[in-house]
Every structure is written in C-alpha cells, then in structure tokens.
Design a protein around this ligand. Structure first.
Ligand code: AMP
Ligand code: MG
Length: 349
C-alpha cells in the first residue's frame, strides 16, 4: 500500500479519506496538539506491525491509543480508578496520557506485551475530527523515525517517513510541541513516567502523592515507558548538553567552541535567547530556542530548533540546559537531556 505518501489538507473530504485509509489498515500521520502522530487502527494487528516497521520502532516500545472521549477509553481497560474520571474532566481533551489495566480486546502488539494500556483524548481539532470520522481507537506514536526528534510539522514527518506511510494530514505546526505527560494509574501511588504537556504541578492538585519516575533510567530497565529511554529524540549530529550555573556553563561552552574549532570540527549552538545574548557574538551557527520568560514558546519550538541545527550537518552541537524546572520547563529539560549524546555537568565554582 505504501510507496507514495499523500499529503492531505484538513478539509472534510481529506478527513473522510484519511479515516477510510485508517479503517482499512493504512498508516496516516496527523497533527495533535503535542506532536504529529502516526496513526493506525488500534485493533488491526497487521497494521500495527506495519507501523512498527515504518518507524523502525522496537517492539518493546508501547503505543498510546487515542480515543474521542472517556467512554471510549473505558472500553480499552478492565478498571478505571475513580481518579481517572476526575483527571479526564480536568485534562481531556489534552496532553495527558493515562496508563490503565489493559482490556483483553487491546492487542498485545499495541502495548508491547504489557498488561497495561496507555490512552489519551487529544485536543487538536484535526485529531478529533479524524477520530470521529474513523470511529475506531487510533494507536499513534510520534510520526518520526525511532529515536529521532519528534515531528511538530508535516515537513518533519515527510523528512523521516516519506514513502514509508500512506498519508500525512498537514495541519500546520503543533501548539504544545512536546509529547503528552504519561501518568501511570496502575501503580500506588500514581507515577509520572514521562513529563510532558500537562505539568506535574497541575497533576499534583488532583494527585497529592504523585511520584516522578527516575529521570535518568538506563536503557535496559525502561520497559515500563520507553519514552524514558535515556537516549531518545536525538539529532543525527552528536550533541553535548551543558548544565550548571549560567556563568560557569557559558565559560565552558566558549572554551569548547574554541577547542573544537581548533581541532577542525564544525560546531553549532542551541540555547535560549537570554543565554545567547549573554554569550555575545559567536563565530558559529546559533539557533535560538526562544525566551526563558516563555516556556510554552520554547516547548513549541524545541524539536524544530534541534532539527534545524541537525540540518546544518555540523560535527557537533553544543546546547545549554534550560535554567528553570517548573511547569513545561520540566518536559523541555527532559527532552534536551535525552537528545544529548554527551552530558557535561559543570560544578558550582
Ligand atoms: P510516543 O508516542 O512515540 O512518544 O511513544 C508513546 C510512549 O508512551 C511510549 O514510548 C511510552 O513512553 C508511553 N507508553 C505507551 N504505552 C505505555 C504503557 N502501557 N505503559 C507505560 N508507558 C506507555
Ligand atoms: Mg516518539
């Protein structure tokens, strides 16, 4: 079926066409408010296998099942804890994924053999229209090649998956820009497995005992939530991430630029507007993540910025870790950490 990837608009006829393709087992990328998803009929095991192959995704990495509402989510699980409906009221539709006990009707291929299933009701109008038109649960991981930065535009999807999927619906850039928060409701107390579009602070209002799964998990033990693989979302170019006090990291980055340039390497820098201003003029390509005053804007731009520097075909990307840890900054810091191939912690002077 694949070979040519059709690019569709968001008009009603395109939605109907994409929905029909999904019902027949096709692979359709579509915008959600977080990142572009690569959708497939969640109950069609053959189609699910094709999806894993198209992404080059390992079979141990489970998929999130997207549904239209709480009632459809309930069909996929054997037990909805009372707090799930409170969470759904507060955060659905939106960037919260709940991990619940798997119903036998959900293929094991979707959940990577786990006895739990991850479900979410997306907020993006195109995603909602597609779910309505298809009338099926849609399993959808991010529409990128495995381990690459997630796609926030249709162009990113095509960069990775052109010729490997049937269709992509171009709905423009996504508004949140980082993936959903994955919340495990099958553990006591509930745990955040992956920080994302709904902040931990907002979840704590409903779940005061909420735990956060260890931020840096060795690749092997991450089966519970492969979004937590320590190496993920990465550019092809090696990326060194500097963290520490702003003054100390700046000094270290300037030194590294000089050293790498002297070694004949081409280097680029990824940092916030404030960090770039403090560094002063540099002789290397610089990509601005946005302002430290605006976590939403930085999250929205993060993956495009990483892809932009990657496209420059440099030998090395240097990045400065964001200074804040609250709200959406937690997801941004998490993705930068996982995108990095080298992590440099500069000790306090
Ligand atoms: P992606 O949409 O590509 O970001 O991938 C979906 C992510 O959701 C996975 O990598 C996991 O982190 C998480 N996930 C999906 N299903 C489960 C599950 N049953 N238990 C825990 N985490 C899950
Ligand atoms: Mg992904």
């Amino acid at each position: 079926m694949c070979g040519m990837t059709v690019v569709l608009g968001t008009d009603p006829a395109s939605i109907v066409r994409a929905a029909a393709c999904l019902r027949q087992g096709g692979l359709v990328a579509f915008p959600t408010e977080t990142v572009y998803g690569l959708g497939v009929h969640a109950m069609d095991v053959t189609a699910v296998h094709r999806l894993f192959a198209a992404k080059g995704r390992p079979a141990h990495d489970p998929l999130i099942v997207h549904v239209s509402n709480l009632d459809q989510a309930a069909v996929l699980t054997t037990g909805m804890p009372p707090v799930a409906s409170a969470l759904a009221n507060a955060f659905w539709p939106g960037p919260l994924t709940m991990v619940l006990p798997r119903h036998g009707a959900v293929p094991r291929e979707v959940t990577a053999g786990l006895e739990t299933v991850a479900v979410r009701v997306p907020a993006h109008p195109v995603a909602r229209a597609l779910l309505e038109a298809a009338g099926i649960p849609i399993a959808a991981p991010s529409a990128n090649l495995f381990s690459r930065p997630s796609p926030t535009t249709a162009a990113h999807v095509l960069e990775d998956l052109r010729g490997r999927i049937d269709m992509v619906i171009d709905g423009g850039p996504t508004s949140v820009g980082v993936e959903s928060t994955v919340l495990d409701l099958t553990s006591t107390p509930p745990r955040v497995l992956r920080p994302g579009g709904v902040s931990v602070e907002r979840l704590r209002a409903l779940l005061p005992h909420l735990e956060i799964f260890g931020a840096s998990v060795a690749s092997g033990e991450a089966a519970r939530s492969p979004g937590l693989l320590s190496q993920h979302y990465s550019p092809r170019t090696p990326m060194a991430l500097y963290s520490g006090t702003p003054d100390a990291t700046r000094l270290a980055i300037v030194r590294r630029i000089h050293q790498a340039t002297a070694d004949g390497l081409t280097v680029g820098l990824l940092a916030t507007r404030e960090q770039i201003a403090a560094l002063g003029p540099l002789s290397v390509p610089v990509v601005d993540l946005g302002s430290e005053q605006d976590a939403d804007a930085v999250a929205r731009r993060l993956y495009a910025a990483i892809r932009e520097l990657d496209a420059a075909n440099l030998d090395l990307i240097l990045a400065q870790q964001v200074a804040h840890t609250q709200g959406l900054w937690q997801a941004v810091a998490d993705r930068l950490t996982r995108a990095a191939t080298e992590r440099v912690a500069i000790p306090d002077p």
